[in-house]
Design a protein around this ligand. Structure first.
Ligand SMILES: Nc1ncnc2c1ncn2[C@@H]1O[C@H](COP(=O)(O)OP(=O)(O)OP(=O)(O)O)[C@@H](O)[C@H]1O
Ligand code: SF4
Ligand SMILES: [Mg+2]
Length: 398
């Protein structure tokens, strides 16, 4: 695949879908680079995943791991003149890498919508909140002014804005931070998108509103069979919402698979670190909270070999200097649909013997017996948790 620093002259919209039966979203070897005065920022490297309609993918990883940059590429939001992008992203069979901005506009906000990490990114300060939601609606639907206004009020009501009929004419600065977040969610949902990318959608919200918003996303999925990508630091949200999980580190996929697998049998030390640094990973109050030592890697000058090696406590278990010299491939893990990028030969036994006792001593026995997550009482999965059913995102082995 060739690297493009600007839009190719051909119109990818004219290129037929490689397969009519492929998943709704196919991200294939996506690489995103930003040339800067300090050098080339290697924000996303060789990222591949797929997502079916009606399914939810959770993307997790520390700050700067490429979660937002890779998602914004799906929305065609990178400035082609300042970005080097290669690989392929197909949405509903349509290639979007290199798509003209006019074509991208017809998709964005309609079939594909995004809830941004920062509400101010998508709300214009000079226009009322209601008019912006109404405009997002009329851009993709034939509707009169009054119908669009009624739709805006309905959406504000759906996301829990009190007195939506009077608040519809407010400007963004008249809304609190949480209300702005909800207004932006209303705007993203107004056209019932087939693919919704929710980038930290509930971070600024209190627990009750957070639950409402997550319900709303699930309702959207039920009613319209939407595919959802949810980017979050909250593994509780992942457990509740996601069929599958993609763990990113230093711009790369380092572990992927069904949510239940990733949360109960993680095979990559970075994922172990994420789980260890979550306070509610265990119902056991004695469980320790262990932050991952060190800092995320520089994307200007990423480490050689495994990008996690400077911070990894388990690299000495890999023979020779492999962790420092050789990038592990993303290979199939010990269970179906599970892939991981790590040289360790026996991750399960290390996890059970060394990592799990540090996280939650009470879980060791249960996980060793390969019990269902509901039996572990981890707090991540309840007995009725649908996420425990696993999912159907088909992570590719690379
Ligand atoms: N336009 C840009 N120019 C240069 N570097 C960029 C640009 N946009 C993002 N980056 C860099 O790319 C890397 C990945 O950023 P990204 O926003 O995807 O991180 P993230 O995983 O979403 O983190 P967070 O959890 O903090 O939101 C970061 O190092 C960021 O500084
Ligand atoms: S490849 Fe080596 S450094 Fe990387 S996570 Fe596995 S053990 Fe740690
Ligand atoms: Mg981000």
């Amino acid at each position: 695949m060739t690297e493009t620093s600007h839009r190719p002259s051909g119109d990818p919209a004219a290129v037929p879908s490689p397969s009519a039966n492929e998943p709704y979203l196919v991200v294939d070897e996506l690489t995103v680079r930003f040339p800067t005065a300090d050098g080339l920022v290697q924000a996303v490297t060789d990222l591949s995943y797929t997502l079916e309609q009606g399914k939810t993918l959770g993307i997790v990883g520390e700050s700067g791991s490429g979660k937002s940059v890779s998602s914004m590429a799906i929305m065609g939001l990178h400035d082609y003149k300042r970005t080097r992008m290669s690989g392929s992203i197909r949405v509903g069979g349509q290639e979007v890498v290199g798509l003209s901005s006019e074509k991208m506009r017809t998709i964005r906000g309609g079939d594909v919508a995004m809830i941004f990490q920062d509400p101010l990114t998508s709300l214009h300060p000079f226009y009322s909140v209601g008019s912006q939601i109404a405009e997002a609606y009329t851009a993709h639907n034939k509707a009169s002014k009054s119908q669009a206004r009624a739709k805006a009020i309905e959406m504000l009501d759906r996301v829990g804005i009190p007195q939506p009929k009077s608040r519809v004419d407010d400007y963004p600065h008249q809304f609190s931070g949480g209300m702005r977040q909800r207004a932006m969610i209303a705007m993203a949902l107004v056209n019932d998108p087939k693919l919704l990318i929710a980038d930290e959608p509930t971070t600024a919200l209190d627990v009750t509103v957070q639950a409402q918003i997550l319900d709303l996303l699930q309702e959207l999925q039920r009613d319209f069979n939407s595919a959802i990508i949810i980017i979050t630091h909250d593994l509780g949200v992942v457990a509740e919402m996601a069929d599958d999980v993609l763990v990113m580190y230093g711009g790369r996929a380092v572990e992927k698979g069904p949510t239940r697998e990733i949360l109960t049998h993680p095979e990559m030390p970075y994922t172990w670190g994420l789980l260890s640094s979550v306070p509610d990973v265990s119902a056991d109050t004695d469980a320790r909270l262990i932050p991952i030592p060190g800092n995320p890697p520089s994307l200007l000058d990423p480490p050689t070999g495994c990008p996690f090696h400077p911070r990894c406590a388990h690299r000495s278990k890999v023979p020779g200097d492999l962790c420092r010299t050789e990038l592990p491939e993303l290979v199939t893990g010990n269970r179906p649909g599970h892939t991981k990028r790590c040289h360790l030969a026996n991750p399960d036994s290390i996890y059970e013997a060394e990592v799990l006792p540090e996280i939650a001593p009470d879980l060791v026995e249960v996980v060793a017996e390969d019990a269902t997550p509901a039996e572990t009482g981890t707090g991540l999965f309840g007995p009725d948790d649908e996420a425990a059913d696993g999912g159907s995102v088909a992570p590719e082995n690379r």
